[in-house]
Design a protein around this ligand. Structure first.
Ligand code: NAD
Length: 483
């Protein structure tokens, strides 16, 4: 891997003109992977100017031409899947065979879905009171987007913006975090290979300062943000009048009702807690088990936990790699200490694992009798932990599920259709999954939070990347006043 990485600005591979850089160290091996240049204000201006110029022409491409471009990008991604997946594992930590490969194999879907959607996105013909007028609506591209994204899915989350963004005729400047930027930079080679017009997409790694420079830039029309609620609040207060999609934190409950298939619930809850080492916005952050089935569930969850093999993420048998970064590991330490101080009982794991190349390998942890007021229950832990809480009945379980600011994705286990609807009607959550993990996901799924912190994606994702334009034509019948 190159010692000094090149960033992708205005269709050129460059070291940028900034005087700072990030030394990227692998959470897997502890080795120095690359020096990543941090873009200067001048680099950002250049990317924005190139994006505006490229989009000025691109907006006139027909939807079918843009769909063809998306299909070419999807094909070019297919050529580099293994390499991108390998880099993603090295810089992010997720297991190569169990997760990273599948994640990147799915990356082309963001372009294929968008190519399909844009061909069917029509407008309306609206009746008027005035006989001489005809009224139509069109979907127009918004302009230049900044996509500010997190480190847990370093490639696919930016593509959630770049795919539909391009299909709808926009330019996109992607800003991944500096410490998980190499896989996306590698994937950006597919944009060149597919013939994406120069400047239409840039990839500018960096931290909060680069993100803020984009958020406040007069040349940016819209913000696509995926990250923590805390950062989202800052962005909302700084962006002024810009379009936005805000995808933020989750604290997804899994409810296990007393008529549930307990073994299935345990397998799904464990999966939702260890997949990507728990670093998923819709991870199983807390399990609320009805008292009557608590003991049975705990036993089943401990048994199901045997599937977790913490190890070298390049080994085929590994199902969980290290955490990505030290602040995330420290948050886990803090949440576990707080829960045990309040009387919770650690049944498995409970801290960092010894004997690995870095201190980021964390044992899969099962904690029982977690008090509701503990950090483990109240906050997003974003680590490999299964916190178990109990409720006396369905009403208490639903009330507990709703005592959160982060209602992104919830799960309910029950054998009764009636009960499934009862819970779905009551849980304030962007998605409620019945009889599967909170981690259930489709690339086209409407997705977003309730509880007021998340705007999310609607049913027609592609529409979010367009402005509605109304066209009114006087057809000159000369009887405009006639009613
Ligand atoms: P984060 O908020 O720290 O960072 C996200 C991005 O924002 C990064 O690119 C970061 O550099 C940038 N940023 C930081 N400060 C900024 C500022 N002041 N102005 C502009 N940009 C700024 O989040 P993270 O730790 O990278 O990611 C984890 C969080 O993301 C979790 O809370 C998780 O739930 C959430 N997430 C949500 C979804 C979803 O779809 N809802 C998906 C994945 C992750």
């Amino acid at each position: 891997m190159a010692e000094l990485a090149k960033i992708y600005i205005a269709g050129e591979w460059t070291e940028g003109t900034g005087d700072t850089a990030h030394e990227l160290v692998s959470p897997v091996t502890g080795e120095h992977l690359a020096t990543v240049p941090i873009a200067s204000a001048g680099d950002i201006d250049r990317a924005v100017a190139a994006a505006r110029a490229a989009q000025d022409d691109f907006r006139h491409w027909s939807p079918f031409e843009r769909a063809d471009l998306c299909h070419r990008i999807a094909g070019a991604i297919d050529e580099i899947v293994e390499e991108v997946a390998r880099i993603q594992t090295l810089e992010q930590g997720k297991p190569y065979h169990a997760e990273s490969l599948e994640d990147i194999q799915e990356a082309n879907q963001y372009f294929i879905n968008a190519a399909e959607d844009i061909k069917r996105l029509g407008g309306e013909v609206i009746p008027t009171t005035d006989r001489s007028k005809r009224m139509f609506t069109f979907r127009r591209p918004v302009g230049v987007w900044a996509a500010i994204t997190p480190w847990n899915f370093p490639v696919t989350i930016p593509l959630e913006y770049i795919g539909p963004g391009l299909a709808a005729g926009n330019a996109v400047i992607a800003k991944p975090p500096e410490f998980t930027s190499l896989a996306l930079l590698k994937l950006a080679e597919a944009f060149d290979a597919a013939g994406v017009p120069k400047g239409l997409v840039s990839v500018i790694p960096g931290g909060g300062a680069v993100g803020d420079a984009l958020v406040t830039h007069a040349g940016i029309d819209a913000i696509g943000f995926t990250g923590s609620t805390e950062t989202g609040r800052k962005i909302i207060s700084r962006m002024g009048i810009k379009r936005s999609i805000m995808e933020m934190s989750g604290n997804g409950p899994t409810i296990v009702a007393d008529d549930a298939d307990i073994a299935a619930a345990a397998v799904a809850a464990v999966y939702g807690a260890y997949y990507n080492a728990g670093q998923v916005c819709c991870a199983t952050e807390r399990v609320i088990v009805l008292d009557a089935v608590h003991d049975e569930f705990v036993e089943a969850a401990l048994e199901a936990s045997d599937v977790v093999r913490l190890g070298d993420p390049f080994d085929e048998g590994t199902t969980m790699g290290p955490l990505n970064n030290e602040p995330t590991a420290q948050k886990m330490d803090r949440h576990l200490a707080d829960a045990t101080d309040r009387g919770a009982e650690v049944l498995r794991g409970g801290g960092r694992a010894a004997g690995f190349p870095t201190a980021l390998y964390y044992d899969f942890t099962v904690v029982d009798r977690v008090p509701e007021e503990s950090l483990l229950s109240q906050e997003e832990s974003f680590g490999p932990v299964l916190p178990i809480l109990t409720a006396s009945d369905d009403a208490e379980a639903a009330a507990m599920a709703n005592r959160t600011r982060l209602g992104l994705q919830a799960a309910v286990f029950t054998d009764s259709l009636q009960k499934a609807f009862w819970y779905a009607d009551r849980i304030r959550s962007g998605t409620v999954v019945v009889n599967d993990s909170t981690d259930f996901w489709e690339t086209f799924q409407p997705f977003g939070g309730a509880a007021g912190t998340d705007t999310g994606w609607g049913r027609g994702r592609i529409e979010e990347f367009t402005d509605l334009q109304t066209l009114v034509i006087d057809v000159g019948t000369g009887d405009s006043q006639a009613q």
